[in-house]
Ligand binder design. Sequence first.
Ligand code: GUN
Length: 306
Amino acid sequence: MSPALPTGGPTRGRAIDGKAAAAALREKVAEAAREFSRKALRKPGLHVVLVGEDPASSVYVGAKEKALNAAGMTGAVHRLPTDTSEGDLLGLVRKLNSDPAVDGILVQLPLPSHLDEAKVLDTIDPAKDVDGFHVVNAGKLAVGKDALVPCTPAGCIRLLKAERGDLSGLHAVVIGRSNIVGKPMAQLLLAENATVTIAHSRTRNLPELAKTADILVAAVGRPEMVKGDWVKEGATVIDVGINRLPPAEEGGKGKLVGDVAYDEAAKHAAAITPVPGGVGPMTIAMLLANTLAAAHAREGFEAPSL
Ligand code: GUN
């Protein structure tokens, strides 16, 4: 059972419990990681590279470190100073590429502005690219071949399938066209036979378009941009945004909100992911699942079913 919506009034939408779905997936990953370790005589290995001291990135990386240990995996976080040179960063990535104990490599984004993000991502061995950001994995996803798939959209699809079952023929509107979420999300929905529209900052009549969606995915990074009257009655709403509002008081921490005005949208949606506790926890669970998949592929083992 999903929890009731945390709002008063005549709501009809259910909150999609991403925390519970992520916990269930992490349990399965941990069991499969134990089985992998028995067969391979080593643990799956995930290495995370963090350059600089961006506070949000530090929090995300800390959560990834905790999760990988809890899942029975091994690995490390490589914390590098902000002024790390491109040569040094590429050197570390190449060292991890050639280390047989490393199954997954994740370079936390954004990188400091003097570093060429595309060049760094494309230096990662595609077989270890557990973010699915390498052009080889993006290309494989686009042509329907087995690939390591970006974690956040993969987590969204898992939630959607649990919620709606078969997605075929449903109209999905994805707001946002980033390489990290919007584009791979659209590809994954297409692979599920949904009818997909990608909307973005130049899209005309966005509220009317959004209102035609059976599945509405918001991944724009603008707090509460999607209003209640953009949501079709009975739609499933997936909110990928994590935005911190300015603090109400000096020294306080601003409230976390998504890209969707939750209370309004919940009056129209059949189900909606809250922020926090919706998509966010799924991203880390999918990262562990991708690491496990990469480890199996590298050992020539059959992929575990999760
Ligand atoms: N920064 C924000 N989200 C992500 C992600 O999914 N992967 C990486 N590497 N960096 C991010």
